[in-house]
Design a protein around this ligand. Structure first.
Ligand code: SAM
Length: 355
């Protein structure tokens, strides 16, 4: 076995620390909830020992792959350390201060506790909820400030490693347009949120034209802060619904979509996939990442069920039994493949060149 380089040791140490920090945060906040607000403690199932081992193994495999792909140049190793440390450190206390209002919403079963300034007519009804019991749903700067940190804690520091799994299939898919200048290739990230996937994609494809679409202005504002500073190519950020993407037919060469589908009702899921197909140029690639499902990861059923019980995720149960391959076929995609990495499943599909 080759001796690990200093960079690899640094990466693995960082991941271990993120994992410990995530676990410790969840452990302490759960204990606090049991003490202060026992009536709202979710009735989750205990995770069996063998499943814990399998989860650890699966996370270790994700970390190995993440390192290997960086080493192979799929994306620069600097991406493995790309965390907004100062922002996260200053925002972390707000997570704790936010807990009592989260508990209150749970207690009152209030899933529509949204800011007064939100013009509800602008959004689909399914969107107007406090997903994850999050304060303000997706509709405030406060929510956008805390989101990435919350996701990182939820996945014990593995969220970015899971997002990076879209990069290899994306680059493979774009080889179809290898005869064109890199700057003429457009990649659209649907439901980009605060733009963390786009940050990773930009590092891997620095010349491509990148576009991020999301329904939340507040999340796009945060994405703009993180993406559009310095002298890198400007990322275009569009406010809009993935069910009606405001781009012309066949106008992009690649589309990515990360962690959206499980938050959509079934019809919206199909509508988003159909739209991704519509905006792709024939020969273009669609890379979709979302939660693992019961069919591919039955061994993690308890973890999936606990996620649904602990967080407000109204469409998750339906999503984990949904046949996404079939939805992709229904939209017209071919060459459909999928693989699972820890808690994420990544689908790759192509719009036929003759479409
Ligand atoms: C769980 S977050 C995922 C964000 C990001 N892709 C990531 O990796 O963290 C879901 C995102 O989808 C956005 N969203 C939900 N429904 C949408 C829709 N119909 N069209 C566009 N964006 C949507 C939300 O505003 C939010 O930013």
């Amino acid at each position: 076995m080759a001796t690990p380089t200093l960079t690899e040791i640094a990466y693995r140490t960082l991941q271990q620390s993120r994992s410990i920090a995530g676990l410790a945060h969840k452990e302490i906040s759960t204990k606090l909830m049991e003490l202060v607000a026992p009536d709202v403690t979710p009735r989750t199932e205990p995770v069996p020992g063998d499943m814990l081992m399998q989860l650890r193994q699966s996370m270790a495999e994700l970390e190995d792959l993440d390192w290997r792909e960086a080493e192979q140049g799929v994306y620069p190793t600097t991406q493995l350390f790309n965390l907004p440390w100062v922002d996260w450190a200053t925002r972390y206390p707000k997570l704790w201060l936010d807990l009592p209002s989260t508990w209150n919403r749970r207690r009152e079963r209030n899933i529509r506790d949204l800011p007064d300034h939100a013009d509800e007519a602008l959004y689909p009804d399914y969107y107007l909820q406090n997903f994850h019991h999050q304060t303000d749903g997706y509709l405030s700067d406060h929510s956008a400030e805390l989101y990435d940190l919350q996701v990182d804690i939820l996945f014990n520091g593995a969220a970015d490693a899971m997002r990076r799994r879209v990069i290899a299939p994306l680059k493979r898919g774009l080889r179809h347009f290898a005869d064109r200048p890199a700057a003429s290739l457009k990649v659209l990230d649907v439901a980009t949120g605060t733009g963390r996937t786009l940050q990773q994609i930009r590092a891997a494809l620095p010349e491509a034209t990148l576009v991020g679409l999301d329904l939340s202005q507040a999340y796009l504002r945060q994405a703009n802060r993180w993406l559009n500073q310095g002298d890198s190519n400007l990322v275009q950020l569009l406010q809009g619904n993935g069910e009606a993407i405001p781009l012309a037919d066949a106008s992009t060469q690649a589309v990515t979509c990360v962690f959206l589908l499980h938050e959509l009702p079934a019809e919206a899921r199909q509508a988003v996939i159909d739209q991704c197909y519509r905006v792709l140029e024939p020969g273009g690639v669609f890379v979709l990442a979302d939660s693992i499902q019961l069919a591919d990861s039955p061994q993690f059923e308890v973890a999936m069920d606990n996620f649904r019980k602990a967080f407000h995720e109204p469409y998750y149960r339906d999503y984990i039994s949904d046949d996404i391959d079939n939805r992709l076929r229904q939209a017209g995609f071919t060459g459909i493949g999928a693989e699972s990495h820890f808690m994420t499943r990544v689908w790759t599909a192509t719009k036929p060149a003759e479409a």
